[in-house]
Design a protein around this ligand. Sequence first.
Ligand SMILES: [Zn+2]
Length: 324
Amino acid sequence: MRRSRAAALAVSLVTLGSSVGMTGCSTNATTGRSQFNALSRSDEISLGAQLQPQFVQEMGGEVNDPVVTGYVARIGQLMAAQTEGDNPSLPWSFTVVNTMQVNAFALPGGKVFMTRGLLSEMTNEAQLAAVLGHEIGHVTARHTNDRMVNATAANVLGTAAAIAVGAATDSSVATDVAATAFRTGGNLVVLKYSRDQESEADSLGMRYMSRVNYNPVGARQVQEVLKRVSGGKQGSEFFASHPLSETRIQRINEELKKPPYQAMVDNPQFRLGEEEFRQNVLIRLAQLPPAPKEARLSPEAQAELALAHAGCGNNHGSGMACAK
Ligand SMILES: [Zn+2]
């Protein structure tokens, strides 16, 4: 009996693998790491495309100023074009949303969001490039995929334990594994990026911004801006999804002291772009009507939203009802 359950589990794992689009391992062109693909490339693209309008709507809509939105999108696209492998061909978009939350997000497949609140706290283009580059890094390193793999692996272990004590019958194993994996797969959206992933995104942001000649010192300036905004507390919205730590700032500082960044910090070819930022962002934002109050969704609410729709975005197995 035990053996047949083990066999059933093995079969169910194969089923699960195909049902969530696990297409084996590949080497990530950005990080050089071998990565297990819980999400295929087309899964990522359709997930991002499906969730993007919902995110924009829930976060107060796009900021109604073509100068600001065009400027942010141009800088984002400039860096996206400098990413590795097939990443430049992703359907990248960079949307400025009309909320005073201080935050930035990325969805798999190249959908990046920058809030009006964060934009209005920054003082130059290099800081903007650092934040956009950081979010681009989450996409190119495929951090959501990795969270999903971890969540699924943890869940499969839990299911195996349940089977061992006879909590599941053979016939329902595959369904249980798949259903639980999807729930867990949904929950991963609520999970924050790990500290390692945040550090990696910081490094990738510095890589991308410097490739288009922004001074990488902007990456440190952004951390200083965030520190000021938070008033030294971790309560601000940004920190809920992007934990700030002295370790993280120290890491950026150490990178700035080493090649290739060391030679860029005092090199005028690597610009900060203060005046451009003032003209294209700060002056324009100050003239806009205030952001709508209802757009101030908590990060938890946004995560819930993503969670509710993540299953729909994948749309693999049949009979899997969406929560919303
Ligand atoms: Zn991040």
